[in-house]
Design a protein around this ligand. Sequence first.
Ligand code: ATP
Length: 454
Amino acid sequence: MVAKTMDELVSICKRRGFIFQSAELYGGLQGMYDFGPLGVELKNNLKKAWWQSMVYERDDVEGLDSSIVTHRTMLQMSGHEGTFSDPMKDCKECGHRMRADHIVDNKCDNCGSEDLTEEREFNLMFKTHIGALDDGSNLAYLRPETAQAIFGNFKNVVDSTAKTTPFGIAQIGKAFRNEITARNFIFRVREFEQMELEFFVKPGDDEKWHDYWLEQRLNWWEEQGVPKSKIHVLDVPADDLAHYSKKTYDLEYEYPHGIDEMEGIANRTDYDLGNHTKSQDELNITAKVHKNTQSTQKMALQDQETKEWYVPYVIEPSAGVERGMIAVLNEAYHVETLENGSERTVMKFKPHLAPIKAAVIPLKKNKPEIVEMCKTIKKDLQKLGLGRILYENTGNIGKAYRRHDEVGTPICITVDFETIEEEIPTVTVRDRDTMEQKRIPVSELKKYVMEYFI
Ligand code: ATP
C-alpha cells in the first residue's frame, strides 16, 4: 500500500521531522524546503546509494564536486542563457502567473478567468553577481543543472585520470530553477539536488549505451524500493526534447499527484563538449561581458588506433534527489491492521535507506545499570559506520516501537532487567516488518546488526 494522497505524505513528513517548508515562521518561501532530522538522513542515504552504484562499484566512473555559482559564458555556450526557459502566461483578472503548457482549458488555475495574457518565454536561471560591483559586468548564474561543470572539467578529469571512452563523470549537488509555479510538495521546487552522470562514449556507440543505462537505472530504483512496475518509461517525443537531446527516456513514477518524471536519461550527443570547444562568434553569442571568456580547451579525444580525433557523445542519467525521495517515501508508506484490530503506520524503507538504523531502548528509564548498558550498546553499534543508531529513553516501550515503525527504524533493541542480571546478557531485538521479537546475546549484537544491513 502506498500513500493515497500527497497530503498524507506531507503530513507524516512534517509530523515526524522529515521535511519542513522553508522559512515557515515567516509564511514560507515558495518552492524551497528544509530537511529535518530524519529527512537529512534519508536524503544522505539515497545519495550514498547512488554514489555507491555509480562510482564505487565501477571503475569507469570518476566523481566531481564543482562550484554552484557558474561562469556566465559557460551557460551562454551551453545554450541555457538563450533557451532554458518555460512558456508563461499571466491572468489579467488576478495577476496569477502560470506555466503556459500546464494551463487546462485556457483558464486561470487560481480564479478560473479566461482572460490571460499572450504566451512569453521566462528564463529559469537565478542570477547573482560576483564581487562588490553590481553593474551587470560580473553577472553569474546559480547552476540550473550540475552537468555543465562536468563538461567544463572534462579535460581536467581526462588529463588527471588518463581515462578514455567509455567512461563517466558523476556529480551530486544543488541545482536551481526559478520555476514559474512550484508545486506538489518537493516534486517541483526551485532549489533541489541532482544526481547526474555524464557517460562519454564514441559516436556510434551512443544508442547502445543509452539502452544500457536505461536498464541500469531501472534496476537501481528497484533496489531503492521503487519497483519497475511503478515506473513508466517515456520515449520523449521529438517536439518535447530538450535543446541538447537527440533522444531521451523519461522514467516516470506513479506519484500521488499523477504519473510524472523522476529521472531523465538523455542522449546529449556531442552538443555540450562541442559547444564548449567553439568560439562565441561561431555560436552567435554577442554579449562578451567577461574578459578571457573564450574556451581555452578542445574537448576531443584521440582514437589510439586510427589516431583520429573525435568529440565524445554523452549519455546522461539525471535523477532528482527530491523526486526520488517522494517515490521512496510513498513506496515505504504502509498502514496495517493488526490482529487486535488496531492500526499501525510503518515506513518499510529498504534497510540501507532507513534514517535510523537501530534504536536502543531501556525498559526502565531511571535504572542506571540498564541506561548504562544501553549507552554502551549504542556506542559500540555506532562505530560500525552503518548510519544513525539512536539511544531512545522515553520510558514507554510501546510508544517507542510505534514511533520507530512510523519512521522506519528496522531494528529496536530493548535492554531489560534480565539483561543486567544474566550471566550471559541478552537483549530483545524487534523486527520492524514482522514485529517478531527474539532474545540474542549482547556479544552477538554487532554481528547480527552487520548481517542485517550488509
Ligand atoms: P520537468 O519537465 O519536470 O520540469 P525537466 O525535464 O526539466 O523536468 P531535467 O532537466 O531532465 O528535468 O532534470 C533532470 C532531473 O532533475 C529531473 O528528472 C528531476 O528529477 C529533477 N528536477 C528537474 N527540475 C526539478 C525541480 N524543479 N524540482 C525538483 N526536481 C527537479
